[in-house]
Design a protein. Structure first.
Length: 297
């Protein structure tokens, strides 16, 4: 039986003293994967990505799982993935993909390749002057400021033109500035889950009442979405535009623009939650894809 690692972190591990508020999503993923992996002769083991390297002896493949603290330890995280690969362990998704995907300026590269992306300004930091510039640039009344290296809406801010922060305010991180798009509340964010390049399932994510963030930590909810053929094609085109071999998994998050076309918000390749509740055969798909990778080593 091949041993497969599921990389978690100090606040998603069931053994953690105080788990994250969304750690139940880790539990849902493991519940979906374990029986499917066992049926394919795969022994799934949850392990903290920061465990000693020797703890990974005997692992044939690791998937990045719920390593949801990586954004604050990005260099150490990438170094660990490279160290695992150097030991002959297959890392999914690859260190190359993680390096490309960790900084959200990859959106600029996708846009240059012809992808429709949410309009974005990238800045080394954001002060009030940059906000005023962005409001004029986008001709909008609300802006979303995000970390270039971040996940789960950590430190994200929604700023109104008529309620600017104090003049000495700074965001404090390398940043992306985007216009707030009402579609996030009206239609929601559409996410497309791909396993080994094939569409597994899609879902609609809506923010909770009084919020604009779609993550469960902030009251966001999800429902199954049956994508139209053009929607699925738009998401698949992003997967095919990635500058490396087909990843084991990808979550393409999209939002509809004023023209009616879908735009890429993020191409999540590192440790995205894959929503097994909306994709009942997710475990089987992942198990088959991993079994193929292991058998071809």
């Amino acid at each position: 039986m091949s041993t497969i690692g599921f990389l978690a972190c100090e606040t998603t591990m069931p053994s953690a003293g105080e788990r994250r508020g969304d750690a139940f999503e880790h539990d849902l993923m493991i519940a979906a994967l374990e029986p499917a992996f066992a049926a394919e002769g795969l022994d799934l083991q949850v392990i903290d990505w920061e465990a000693p390297l020797e703890a990974f002896d005997g692992f044939e493949l690791v998937m990045l799982g719920t390593a949801w603290n990586y954004q604050d330890k990005a260099e150490a995280f990438l170094a660990r993935l490279e160290a695992l690969a150097a030991r002959g362990i297959t890392v999914c998704n690859s260190p190359e993909a993680v390096h490309w995907n960790a900084t959200k300026t990859y959106l600029r590269e996708l846009a240059e390749g012809g992808a429709a992306t949410v309009p974005t300004l990238c800045r080394s930091d954001v002060a009030r002057a940059e906000l005023e510039e962005a409001f004029d640039h986008f001709d909008c009344d609300r802006l979303v400021v995000k970390r270039q290296v971040g996940a789960g809406a950590l430190d994200q801010e929604l700023i109104d033109r008529n309620a600017l922060p104090p003049r000495d305010w700074r965001f404090g991180h390398r940043a992306m500035i985007q216009p707030f798009l009402p579609a996030i509340r009206d239609e929601g964010e559409l996410s497309f889950i791909f396993i080994d390049g094939e569409l597994s399932h899609a879902l609609r994510k809506l923010p909770g009442k009084g919020d604009y963030r779609i993550q469960s930590l902030y009251g966001g909810t999800e429902s199954v979405h049956a994508p139209a053929s053009d929607e699925a094609a738009a998401a698949r085109a992003i997967v095919e535009a990635l500058p490396f071999d087909r990843p084991l998994y990808a979550r393409i998050d999209m939002l509809r623009g004023e023209s009616g076309a879908l735009m890429v918000m993020e191409a999540e390749l590192i440790e995205p939650y894959l929503y097994p509740e909306q994709g009942p055969d997710l475990g089987d798909r992942l198990a088959r894809a991993i079994a193929t990778r292991v058998s071809s080593k």
